[in-house]
Design a protein around this ligand. Sequence first.
Ligand code: PMP
Length: 444
Amino acid sequence: MTDQLLLGCDHRPRTADTALRQRAAAVIPGGMYGHQSAGPLPPEYPQFLRAGLGARIWDVDGNEYVDLMCSYGPIVLGHLHPAVEAAAREQAALADCQNGPGAVMVELAEVLVGTVRHADWAMFAKNGTDATTMCCTIARAHTGRPRILVARGAYHGAAPWCTPRPAGVTPQDRANVGFYTYNDLESLRAAVATAGNELAGVLVSPFKHDAGFDQEPVDPKFARGLRALCTRAGAALILDDVRCGFRLHMGSSWEPVGVLPDLSAWSKAIANGHPLAAVLGSGTFRDAAASIFVTGSFWFSSTAMAASIATIRALREQNAVAAMEQAGTALRAAILAQAAARGLQIRYTGPAAMPYLTFVGDRNHELAAVFAGAAVRAGVYLHPRHNWFVSAALTDSDIEKALVGTAAGFAAVSARLASHDESADRSDEQGTSSATTQESGTRT
Ligand code: PMP
């Protein structure tokens, strides 16, 4: 395929999306909020989506994409997984939101306790932020101490104590949060020492997956050191498994590392897109968990819990973790080959099922935006600043279509670099230099 063809892939005009954005601007502050608000996504991306099935999604204008974002993690078995949707429908036909929970709440807690090694009990909520916040509250209730340590730059949710944007947040909201550097045991030791007898817990993600940065696996020595420090201090080791849970392992994501947390926060993939979060904990923290007051109008809804039980069963029956690893490995090999064939220097980091691609030297994510913009136009929905998600529904033909998209992305990056080179040549002839070319010199 020529570059011209790759760049000019068929794509319906985004009439409906544009109209919805205009209407949204009138009735929704900023037209959109949170991680989908202005900034990270290039203009080629649709904002409004209409349908999803398996590993494919459709925007409101009818364009079809291979979905490599999986709703930022909740979709793990593919959109509208038949067994999950059947279980949800069956429960919904009885009742969803009632005066009290259904039997599914106890069944799901039993399933989770039987699935996750460190878990002796489970509590439920709706969002990842609910779960991470509850973990901190339980740690504080258990220890009677205020301070929580988090890795600098890590994302744990959007409540005032952890939101990455400072607007509307007071210093008091963050007063009891301290920082360490991920994978740096010395910095953790120093932060623990500074917290002294105020330390309630340390929050940590299974690997370093900060948005916009190359991903980094956890150093097992760091994980073990963290475990020892928490045990010695009587503080809670809190694993934020919101993003990774049940995508990398059918248990907590640090089980393969051999380190068990005291508390763990879950959401995203546990109900294949149905709204649910969970806190899992060890027996030591059971009384504290029972002592705090947490609830929500929709926290006991049965449909998402029924969906979660079916999701966990299907993940096991389909050997989904291995399937995601396999599909992700094939995708990685092909993408690395595409980049190498063009002489483009990229980094492709993270687990195969949760990869992230950056261009070497692309400090302002300029090339990442060019890549992602062309890729989405050519039919693969991925992200320039956030890790991607592979679902167990990704078939060989999905991978093939995804690779047409990434090929278009790389073609667009090559074209951008060539135009930089040309303008640099022109500037050189005129005796000036091009700052842009120097900044984004990513070609070998
Ligand atoms: N922790 C991690 C690691 C996350 O990735 C997220 C969501 N991206 C959260 C917490 C917060 O989850 P939610 O958006 O469901 O509140």
